[in-house]
Design a protein around this ligand. Sequence first.
Ligand SMILES: Cc1cc2nc3c(=O)[nH]c(=O)nc-3n(C[C@H](O)[C@H](O)[C@H](O)COP(=O)(O)OP(=O)(O)OC[C@H]3O[C@@H](n4cnc5c(N)ncnc54)[C@H](O)[C@@H]3O)c2cc1C
Length: 263
Amino acid sequence: MEIIVCIKQVPDTEELNKVKINPETRTLIREGIKNIINPFDENAIEEALRLREKVGGRVTVLSMGPPQAEVSLRKALAMGVDKAVLLSDKSFAGADTLATSYTLAMGIRKLGKFDLILSGKQAIDGDTAQVGPGIAEWLNLPQVTYARKIEVNRDKVRVERTLEDSFELMEVPLPSLITVTKEINEPRYPSLKGVLRARREKIIIWGAEDLEVDKKRIGLDGSATQVIKVFTPPPPSGGEIISGETPEIAENLIKKLEEQKII
Ligand SMILES: Cc1cc2nc3c(=O)[nH]c(=O)nc-3n(C[C@H](O)[C@H](O)[C@H](O)COP(=O)(O)OP(=O)(O)OC[C@H]3O[C@@H](n4cnc5c(N)ncnc54)[C@H](O)[C@@H]3O)c2cc1C
């Protein structure tokens, strides 16, 4: 089974408040910040390794990012993945989720035949949860999001999908894309042997020319959204407490909502 895991390098949660915004491009300045693999993506790596242990095959990790994302790819190699690919090119910079998912999808196409794509349910910095589903759309694949359990049965996969107070059991054909939650497993620590192997392993780096991408769909130019302004919202003002007996409170509340034209 050929499994591809998309991993994003993100600022360590303890460093998130140090991330600054470039005032000209209104993009994140990530230099000088301690980075980690997006935590949900570690769960995706772990799940891929477990599936490989059960049914055999190969696990490839794929990331789009600046050269320093290599550190995260090496950690994935140390955890036990077979191959690591970094999509890195100045023209990929400033991508929104549409351009990011397009570029990753083109990377996956270049990798060739695959059975399953795994990603985290969301990134802890961007937080949109759009990239996984976006990749599935570009590649015209079935997708299941928020998986807490995955079982592969020949050319089908059964997924328990987390809902607010229950779960949904779904079956999709392979190849497909699944995004995973933290509940799915406990990621392993890299072994010493894994760390030593990861140091020697070559990371494949592909740029825009290698992927044969449509240049209008990558980076800032390929982004459908533009950041107009980045700001910290003012704290909410005091509010008002309505006191009295319950019917009186309800009546007063309705009156106030009507005055404010909320209802
Ligand atoms: C309007 C807008 C404009 C933006 N502009 C910029 C910008 O100019 N510059 C900038 O740096 N960022 C920008 N971003 C952030 C950028 O879009 C996101 O970092 C990126 O597209 C991933 O989205 P996300 O972090 O929400 O990931 P999510 O969709 O929450 O991530 C889900 C999963 O997708 C996979 N994934 C996500 N990103 C990658 C990746 N790069 N490589 C491999 N796998 C990945 C991972 O498995 C991850 O768990 C912008 C975001 C928005 C909403």
